[in-house]
Design a binder for this molecule. Structure first.
Ligand code: SF4
Length: 486
């Protein structure tokens, strides 16, 4: 069984982390470490494929954490070779909620010119139409994952080599994709033309690596070289180095702004700046936009911490760890009883009563999704004797689902889709509730003029409802997009 999410079911969840390496001894050990550093991007399952010149391709796919599955010498020795790729997943498409092992990536295809494996982070928004077309033309799908379409499209391409077949395949695909792939000798990395999901390039000794985030380079001692550009494909050979192509029609980039707010690890570098610094800047902006008189600024652990520090620095109100997270939740209660499960948030978080009692408290959180956790945290803070509770949220109201590789509830379940800010304040029964503005968020991520409303510099669809790629499959299923502005 896949493990429960370690912390919170009231958050948006990034769905995948990807990693690849070429030109090292024992690629599998590097991949296992890289995937371990990317575990926050997917905790449900993981997989590794490697290739050895004598022993060919080998793969292992498992449910659960990387540390529990890919750290023994037995498994690493079963994955020999100097080149490989890996993937950690939650699930975006495919058998959501009850993943089968056949849906766990990387996927593998055998072509006339040799085998190839592929791991994908993102979501293909025209996957249903592609799958129908491919099945009609004779493709036999092994999984329910949208990513498998890429392998079948490659199989149908008439190009002579695997990188060119991959270009052909990805030109048919709409939506968000960062891909790492491998042949027997080449490591390939691609980002979609909008660059929605991240992918970075690193150097390790004589070898090279690709990863969703720079924290996965740090753990193996690799040097961060650069981000792969939106629409770029790199083909890396251990002997000849990195070749770069731009196979897609250029488009204005639309990187996911929520990576800055929540998904990426705070020690990763995005857009030339540490994610931690950006989150602190978000907190400062929030303090400028929505000041309130109070005695303490407390983060909702752990993701609210840098923004709370920023809010405290800007406002001059002392920062305090008013809520303590139980670090070992999820390991302690393997099969909790019903009574323990009902304790909910209290299992994960505890209020530091000695700090809170009699105080006016500002709670800083990264987002409000369903609002269920926010409500419980507020109750815990009041139970501990707080005089006032003010929520400050480091993202704008999340009012629209994401179709680009992030697990979001249906629109009706998003608190901000059905309530105004005032209604949410009453619903959560807090003294005040304020979200950072969309312009404020853009300023904090480095866009000094705020959001360019004619051509937003980022994807912000979950806040604005303006989808940079029409989610064709969802529209076909009845999803109503925001009407275009007059
Ligand atoms: S909709 Fe939101 S979470 Fe999804 S890619 Fe866009 S900004 Fe990121």
């Amino acid at each position: 069984m896949p493990p429960a999410h370690p912390f919170d079911d009231d958050k948006l969840r990034e769905e995948c982390g990807i990693f690849g390496v070429v030109g090292v001894q024992d690629a599998a050990s590097f991949i296992a470490l890289g995937l371990h550093a990317l575990q926050h991007r997917g905790q449900e399952a993981g997989g590794i494929v490697t290739h050895d010149p004598q022993l060919g391709f080998n793969s292992a796919r498992r449910f659960g954490y990387v540390r529990d599955n890919f750290t023994s010498s037995d498994i690493i020795e079963s994955l020999p070779g100097p080149i490989g790729i890996g993937h950690v997943r939650y699930s975006t498409a495919g058998s959501k909620g009850q993943t089968a092992i056949r849906d766990v990536q990387p996927f593998f295809g055998e072509f006339a010119m040799g085998g190839a494996a592929i791991a994908h982070n993102g979501n293909i928004t025209n996957a249903n139409a592609l799958r129908r077309e491919l099945i009609e033309r004779g493709s036999i799908f092994q999984s329910s994952s949208d990513s498998e379409c890429i392998i079948h499209l490659m199989a149908r391409s008439l190009q002579r080599n695997i990188p060119e077949r991959m270009e052909d395949a990805l030109r048919r695909v709409e939506g968000a994709f960062s891909v790492v792939a491998m042949t027997r000798t080449k490591l390939i990395g691609v980002r979609d033309p909008l660059g929605v999901r991240p992918l970075v390039l690193g150097k390790i000794g004589d070898g090279w690596c690709l990863a969703s985030e720079t924290c996965a380079l740090d753990i193996i001692g690799a040097e961060f070289l650069r981000e792969i550009e939106p629409g770029e494909m790199v083909v890396i050979n251990a002997d000849t180095g990195v070749e770069s192509h731009f196979p897609f029609r250029p488009q204005p980039s639309k990187f996911c702004i929520f990576e800055h707010v929540y998904f990426s690890r705070p020690d990763s570098i995005l857009g030339g700046r540490s994610v931690y610094e950006t989150r602190e800047a978000i907190g400062r902006e929030l303090a400028k936009e929505s000041p309130v008189e109070a005695d303490l600024v407390c983060p909702v652990p752990d993701s609210g911490t840098p923004a709370a520090i920023g809010y405290s620095l800007e406002s001059g109100i002392p920062y305090a760890m008013g809520i303590i997270r139980n670090q070992y939740m999820g390991r302690t209660f393997i099969e909790p009883t019903e009574q323990i499960r009902n304790m909910g948030v209290r299992l994960k978080l505890n209020v530091n009563r000695a700090l809170i009692e009699g105080k006016r408290v500002i709670l800083v959180d990264d987002s409000v999704v369903r609002g269920t956790t926010s409500r419980k945290i507020k109750e815990m803070i009041l139970d501990a004797g707080a005089k006032e509770v003010h929520f400050r949220i480091a993202s704008p109201p999340t009012a629209w689902p994401c179709f680009y590789g992030v697990d979001t509830p249906q629109r009706e379940k998003l608190l901000a889709a059905t309530m105004t800010e005032d209604e949410m304040t009453k619903h959560l029964a807090v003294d005040s509730l304020r979200f950072i503005s969309l312009d404020g968020l853009y300023r904090a991520v480095g866009e000094s003029q705020g959001r360019n409303k004619d051509c937003p510099q980022y994807c912000d669809a979950c806040f604005s409802g303006e989808y940079p790629v029409t989610p064709a499959d969802m529209v076909e299923q009845g999803f109503k997009m925001q009407p275009a502005a007059e």
